[in-house]
Ligand binder design. Sequence first.
Ligand code: NVA
Length: 317
Amino acid sequence: MPLRHFLRDDDVTHEEQAEILARAARIKGAPFTDRTLVGPEVVAVLFDKQTLRTQLSFSAAIAHLGGYPMVVDGKLAQVGVRESIADVARVMGRESVAIVWRTYGQDRIEEMARYAQVPVINALTDDFHPCQILADLLTIQEHKGALPGLTLGYCGDGANNMAQSYLLGAALAGMHIRIGTPASHQPKPEILARAEELAAEHGGSVLVTDDPVETVSGADAVATDTWVSMGQEKEKDSRQGAESPFARFQVNAGLMAQADPGAVFLHCLPAYRGFEVTEDVIDGPQSVVWDESENRLHAQKAILAWLVEQHRAGDPT
Ligand code: NVA
């Protein structure tokens, strides 16, 4: 059985995604019953970019599962600078049952996965944020019921990790995913093509449009994300300034009113009120961002435990 990783949203099948979400919901109801990492087994958690929620939620997830989170500061480890990704992967793979990594290029985490010999989980790269999308899907499921057939409208930077992960993860779930973004910030063509393929397979659809109203019209869930992702700090003025290409895509009360009246509002956080979202929306009655944030914990416990079990089943040594 090949070693499984979670480097992008479509590294699991439709059925596996549903199974992982169901496990997350069960775990949420009985937080200390899943002891997959009892030992404590060690999980290496490495950050090349800033973090708050991800360090908290993975540390708690690993501890709840009976394991030990070995958090590594990427500034000290300097993966790929001080030593090669392959060598780091070989070392960490001998010390841990899984590796969680937040880094820049998707090629970096793919290389880690090639050499680690334990499951590798993407805790955000420039291209994808699949753990966040699991948490978002869990949140939507809790508030709106079964995912297939629901519509999710995302407004903002269509080329960032959240947009690209929504495309894959929501299409895989059989949802209708709409991305509202300017022509200058489109998702990568190969990711869009893959999302269209997944949507066709699972009864959903994909729309990329530069019309924010079309994006959220009648939607069951509306999402946005910062206009300045980690690693883009030098572009802050052009992305957030008066000439921002994203200004039309701000999720405010007027735009939110175009969605279904029962729609929920999602944001992976950190949020910048007055830019991608207004205070009345993120702090208003339709916002489920705190549930979404908590659900990182439950979703990550589920994917981590599932991957470790898959690995043990395939490699019982
Ligand atoms: N697109 C954002 C997500 C933060 C969780 C970033 O990459 O900074």
